[in-house]
Design a protein around this ligand. Sequence first.
Ligand SMILES: [Zn+2]
Length: 835
Amino acid sequence: MSSARLPGGAAQPLSLRQSEARDRADRIEVTSYDVSLDLDRGDETFGSVSTIDLVSLGGPTFLEIQPASLLSVTVNDFPVDLSRHQGGRVPIDTEPGSNRVVVDAVMTYRHDGEGLHRSVDPADGRHYVYAMPFLDAAPSIFGCFDQPDLKAEWRFRTRVPRDWVVIGNSPATELEPGVWEIGPTLPLPTYLVALVAGPYHVVRTEHDGIPLGLSARASIAAHLDHDAEEIFTVTAQCFDEFHRLFEIRYPFGDYHQAFVPEFNAGAMESAGCVTFRDPMIFQSRVVRTFHTLRASTIAHEMAHMWFGDIVTPRWWDDLWLNESFAEYMGARVTADATEFEDVWVSEAYSRRSWGLSADQRPSTHPVAGNGAEDAATALQNFDGISYAKGAGILKQLNSHLGDEVFFGGVRDHFQRHRFANATMVDLLEAWERAGAEDLAGFRDGWLLSAGPDTLELDRASGLIRLTPPPGERAGRHHALAVAAAPADRTGTWRVQRLVVDSDTVPVTVPTGAVVLDPEIETWAVTLPDASTLAALPDVLSTSTDPLLRASVWLSVRNALQHARLDPALALDLLAAALPHEDTDDGVGQTLAWALGAVVPVSQDPVAARARVHETAAACVAASQAGSTLQLAAFQGQVSACQEPALLRNWLAAGDRLPEGVVVDLDLRWRILVQLAVRGAIDRDELAAQLADEVTAVSQVEHAKALAALPDAAAKSWAWARFTGEVEVPNYELEAIGLGVWQVGQEHLTDPYVERYFEDLPATAEVRTGYLLAQSVGDFYPRWSINAGTVERARSLLGREDLDPVLRREVVDFTWDLERRLAVVEAFGSSGAIKP
Ligand SMILES: [Zn+2]
């Protein structure tokens, strides 16, 4: 099965260029789509007929379609010569005035989470389908004019097996058994079209006149029922808050949230029918981090109903605005309106690190005006910069302008461009009309320049030093707090507020620890000075402010990444401080960081892993039995565990399993994967474990375990999946990549370092889009931390024929590897803090 070989003519589809989109929008206006899909003709292909009404100035243009076979295209009933179908495009001639274009084709289901994705649930063999047209995959579902500023009304008529339900942008009506009709919708671009079809389990309720729905696979129906109340509550609370802030009611009728299988992203904001990855329906006990993430994802997608769906960017170069805005509003509304008021702490441990890393990598780009000349480039800019950094600077702008001006501008923007398209300039003008002073400084300093500034305390000189990113001099203003630890453990912190807007700013330096930006208010890399670093065990174990502790851990991560902190000292800090941490985020995400970032660069990774294990065990001991804090710690302990006997004891719920811990589906597979890494389980037993409870989760974890086994057959099995010689669904591919490279298995994996760089270029022939980019990092030889691997990467990058998607990912992952190498080289023999 696969996806990836894109049908659609001899050549790969051409990516739409911004100039082409502009010309086409000048020539035509699409008024409506009427799409008929036949999903009841087997599991390989489906029928697709789109009838498109448009108004044209007349003359030539083109539509996009990537069919298995193109049956006919007509314009005003005249047939189009199909031999002109090239690169996913069909050139057509239009008449001045009204035109009707009809495209009839057989299309291929995809299995890579894009287009019309079809999957089989291993739990019961039932088939599920959903549409993922974003960013430019709509033409693999139906013939269309695929650009964000050609918005139209949509009607769908879908034929499906009789036991399926169909859900879309508007309520679906079953006209006769197996025939469903949706629409007409409000004006929507192609990328926001939704279609969810299959034997889904559906739960419904209503809030404030808005019908609400949830759906998930039948095999996880009980889990959806269990989680429904929490999801509906968050949804209702967020609707109330968005209505209060935006003063425009949600316009798309009912609001459905579909949890669908093998979804690549967290979720997609299709109007009226959001699709989420279905691991967000919890089949095992999870830590609070995941409840918080689910709530903020729900809020993020709801924010898009206004920002993206009511007002849509004209071109993909402004799509950051959708994401930055949804990310900021998602966190803010979650914090203010739901029980997950600690979302900013959670974001500090996860999203902010992601964004800061992305902003320091070679591929960094300005938040806005990211230079996306075509759709394929735009997709690559959906990184930590468009989300986390963009959200961070919108939060800064909000605190600078205040809510009255900020939301005044936003409401003006929504009203002016309702159901149409707009640009960044339109929004900046709306803010200025609402009373914002000249925003040029904000635009130039934060939106149009790349890379983070670095802030450090120069204790001897009594200065905060600002170092701009290489080659940039953005002239940014950082408004932040500086917190000084009390002299004794029971005293209070002294906080001074500063604006850092030049290379050095004087500051009153007390003795003891100083935390820069404890409230995480400004976008910058903060580094702890040596005295502060030495005092951190005390700071972290006595501070009662979880956001300050998150800020400290961020600075510790930065220090390691910049080779300013010995990994051995990072482990000391972990051991001293983490058993005092009382948030799931602090324990769980810091243990995960220790295993992923500290252990591999440690002089003795086995001993380092044992220290993480000890620390995790201490956290388990310090937590309440049965709490999610205990679960966060125990998950870390399992991942760090190197003793097969202990893993076996846990698996059998033996006497060493901490009281309050239950080995459920998730924990069982965490333990099994670690047994596989240690070679303490064989393939037969893994197969038996899978057979014992066949779920989509166990299928994926089973694949990870197979790839992690310490023998040559396991690595060669994994490699056949990487190269595409054997095709597997997207989640399994990712799991295999995460399983195949294990610290300590170098004797088995070393030959694959060279092969990775040899085999990678050809993966562009078997994969596309999200999965092509994702698998570069999943399979990158990240633990081969030596100059030879860096050299091999450079040599691959020297090849001119390397696919640009692959190139960008290899550049970034090689930069990450060089950072690890710098740490290893800096702390190879000594254990001191590097000044
Ligand atoms: Zn989004």
